[in-house]
Every structure is written in C-alpha cells, then in structure tokens.
Design a binder for this molecule. Structure first.
Ligand code: BV8
Ligand code: ZN
Length: 248
C-alpha cells in the first residue's frame, strides 16, 4: 500500500497538510453526501444547503440540519480521525483542513482544524445586520429558532452553496497548501470548490500528494499515490509504518 520511498519521504517531511471530506466520518456511521445511502440522496443538496432554500422554508432546512445533529450527537470519532489527530505530534508542522461541519476531528483530539465550511454546532443570527454567531449544541425543538437578541431567524453556522468561505480560514488553508512538503487528501470526492482546488495547487507545485479513498476521484490519476482503501485501515497501517521506520 505504501512504497518504501514514500515512507522515507514522509519520515523526512517537515510540513504536512491533511484535507478531509465526508468520507473520513463514514466509518463513524455518518453518511457521506454523494455516496450510496448519502444523506443527500434523499434530498437535493443544491435545494437545501443554500440561502434561497432557507429563505423559502427555514423550518424545513433547519429540520434537515437538526436530523443531522441528532445523528452526530451519538457519533464517535473513528480510527481515521484518531490517526490524523496523532499526526500533529509526528510532523514538525501540521495543518488539518476539513470540509466537514461535524467537529469529529476535534472530538478525536485535533487541536485547531481549519473548518472551510463552518460547523453544524454553530448557530448564527440571520438578521440584517446579524447579532453574531454562537455555539449551540442543544436539541432544538422550536424550529427554526429565534435570535435571543433581536428575534430574527437563526441559521446553521455553515457555508452554503453560493456563499463565500470564511476569509481567514481560506487564506490559511491556501498558504498551508503552498508551503507544505506533503499533502494528504482523504475521504473527499473533490467536487466541491474552492476546497477541491487545494490538492490541485499541491499537485501543480509538485508536492508529494497522497489520496486515500475507496473510490476513484478526479484527483486519483494526478496524485503521487492514490490508496484505494477506507481511511481507517489505510491510516492505521500508515501510522504503523511511520512509527516503525521512525525508530529504525
Ligand atoms: C463558492 C456545508 C463563491 C453545508 C458544504 C460549477 C463548477 C465548479 C464549482 C461550482 C459550479 N457551480 C457552483 C460552484 C461552486 C460550488 C460548488 O463547488 N459546487 C459543486 C457541487 C459543483 N461551491 C460553492 O458554492 C462554494 N462557495 O463557490 O462561493 C463565492 C465567493 C465569494 C463570495 C460569494 C460567493 C461553497 C461550497 C460549500 C458548500 N457547503 N457543506 C452542509 O454541510 O450542509 S459542501 C459539502 O460537500 C460538505 O461540506 C462536504 O464535505 C462537501 C464536499 O463533499 P465531500 O466531503 O467530498 O463528500 P462526498 O460525499 O462528495 O464524498 C465523500 C467521499 O468519501 C467519496 O469520494 C467517497 O468515495 C469517500 N469515502 C466514502 N467512505 C470512505 C471514503 N473515504 C475514505 N474512507 C471511507 N470509509
Ligand atoms: Zn439577532
């Protein structure tokens, strides 16, 4: 699965970046967006994860997010999240960038992942101007919730299609992709932009790019190594190899 020369390069790597997508949470029982049984095969993502959908039917959109939060309250990080959390100790400089909104990386101990698409556990006043954003983990019963400060509607603190990514998060992610020695892209179909342009930048800059995904993606033929596997087992094996060689 991992050729010797790749392991040797990883041992020497100083700056590592990991970009994750919904696939890293699949082994925690969280359905992906586009895979079979994906939470979006029942609903059309472009219909729900958009400001227009929320404006048209805020209750319906919130109900979909609340259903996802209910599933996430029981979810535990999996082996893949754990190994990625451990990479912070292994690589001298390590940056985790995630497209996921589930915060399972934080539950696994990753200290400060860059959340390109926000978090399902954040709520934001949809008033104009907004009263701000706050963490909200409760089971929301009266949907959609009202802003406690101004009474306007409250929306999920995620980035919807057609919305810009948080400026600071994007700038930090781009910088990390440009400066890294190795770029892992794990559990993403690489279809959503601009997140998918990060591994493309790493490839163009000639970095060592390693993809882990049980299926082919548009990146598979372009990366240095495409590991056709579920993230958990592939990352567990990678950790074994790196620790064995590191001490050798
Ligand atoms: C923007 C938060 C401009 C909400 C999400 C045409 C061409 C290119 C781009 C566009 C276009 N038309 C429109 C666009 C732009 C659009 C876009 O990219 N659309 C795509 C669909 C074509 N992008 C946007 O709108 C972005 N904003 O462009 O703004 C702008 C700029 C300035 C000012 C104003 C506006 C915003 C995009 C953010 C959308 N929000 N999430 C929510 O979660 O509800 S995106 C959503 O998709 C999730 O975050 C998810 O993470 C993300 C990406 O999907 P994946 O993570 O890859 O998940 P997916 O299911 O697709 O794939 C899972 C993978 O895992 C598979 O490959 C599978 O094989 C693999 N897998 C399965 N099991 C495992 C596994 N891997 C490992 N182990 C396993 N066990
Ligand atoms: Zn408000």
């Amino acid at each position: 699965m991992y050729p010797k020369e790749i392991i040797e390069k990883l041992i020497k790597a100083q700056k590592a970046v990991v970009l994750t997508g919904a696939g890293i949470s699949a082994e925690s029982g969280i359905s992906t967006f586009r895979g079979t049984g994906g939470q979006w095969d029942k609903v059309d993502p472009m219909k729900l994860a958009t400001p227009e959908a929320f404006a048209k039917d805020p209750k319906y959109v919130w109900e979909w997010y609340e259903a996802r939060r209910r599933q996430l309250r029981e979810a535990k990080p999996n082996m893949g999240h754990d190994v990625i959390a451990g990479m912070e100790e292994f690589f001298p400089k390590f940056t985790l960038i995630t497209q996921n909104v589930d915060r399972l990386h934080q539950k696994a101990g990753s200290r400060n992942p860059i959340e390109l698409h926000g978090s399902i556990w954040m709520a934001r006043c949809a008033g104009i101007p907004s009263c701000g954003e706050w963490e909200d983990r409760h089971e929301l019963v009266n949907l959609p919730p009202q802003c406690p400060h101004c009474g306007a509607l409250v929306r999920p603190g995620v980035v919807w299609f057609g919305e810009g990514l948080p400026g600071e998060a994007w700038a930090e992610a781009e910088k990390a992709a440009l400066e890294c020695d190795v770029f892992f892209v794990i559990g993403t179909s690489a279809l959503v932009h601009p997140a998918a342009s990060l591994p493309e930048t790493a490839i163009q800059k000639g970095k060592l790019v390693i993809e882990i995904n049980p299926e082919e993606t548009p990146l598979s033929g372009l990366v240095t190594l495409s590991v056709r596997s579920h993230a958990g087992p592939a990352l567990e094996l990678l950790r074994e190899k790196l620790l064995a060689n590191d001490s050798a």
